[in-house]
Ligand binder design. Structure first.
Ligand code: HEM
Ligand code: HEM
Length: 170
């Protein structure tokens, strides 16, 4: 097997911090995707001179702080990723699949930075940032669906323990 740039010093697994951050960030992103429209509604209400409901207002406030928390946690996560690296792909993974995994992981990191940043810019400066931010929603959902399907395929079809290594540190 050839070394990839993802391997630093031949690490065998993710650390407990990398695993913890993966799942905390995933949970926060799910909340953002499910309740994000409250932010859109709250902004529209202000623009139309109406008052948003208390629930919408609270969910919009949560969207703001959860989004900033994601940005801060991703900064820590990226630093750990660059310092600790990632384990090599499971054996017998073809070069094409290995590349797909690598590309999708870096695409996730890019989205995890770009989406909160466009959200902040949209919040303070409006469009086009708000539009770009909204456009990222289907991209994010599509990538998560592919990513989750790929990990389940590895774990339960190929039985190569890929999901296990994002659950148990080594
Ligand atoms: C990874 C983090 C984030 C995700 C996944 C996310 C996701 C979403 C989603 C799904 C929407 C609803 C789009 C629609 O109406 O269909 C939305 C709207 C919005 N979000 Fe976020 N968001 C994130 C972070 C942030 C942050 C940090 C801010 C900063 C304050 C923010 C500000 C906004 C604004 C202003 C809107 C309304 C956009 C518009 O209508 O023009 N978001 N977000
Ligand atoms: C918003 C949701 C999610 C995001 C943003 C996300 C992001 C990421 C990223 C960036 C990596 C690469 C880690 C690295 O090498 O530095 C990764 C790895 C991984 N993720 Fe997710 N993920 C999400 C949801 C999920 C879900 C729902 C599952 C399981 C069903 C999952 C399973 C895994 C596994 C098994 C790995 C390790 C892959 C490997 O060892 O090569 N993720 N995830």
């Amino acid at each position: 097997m050839t070394m990839t740039t993802d391997q630093i010093g031949g690490v065998q697994g993710y650390t407990i911090y990398q695993i913890g951050l993966h799942w905390v960030i995933a949970a926060l992103v799910f909340v953002q995707l499910i309740f994000g429209e409250s932010m859109t509604e709250a902004i529209e209400a202000v623009e139309e001179g109406k008052t948003a409901s208390a629930l919408t207002g609270n969910l919009a406030g949560m969207h703001y702080y959860f989004g900033i928390a994601i940005l801060a946690l991703v900064a820590v996560r990226l630093a750990l990723r660059l310092k600790n690296g990632a384990p090599p792909p499971p054996t017998e993974t073809s070069r094409a699949i290995e590349l797909a995994g690598s590309v999708s992981h870096w695409l996730f990191y890019a989205l995890l930075v770009v989406v909160p940043v466009t959200g902040l810019l949209g919040y303070y400066y409006g469009d086009p940032y708000g539009e770009w931010h909204t456009f990222a929603k289907p991209v994010f959902i599509g990538l998560i669906a592919l990513h989750a399907a790929a990990s389940l395929y590895h774990q339960f079809w190929r039985k190569d323990g890929l999901l296990t290594r994002m659950l148990k540190p080594k």
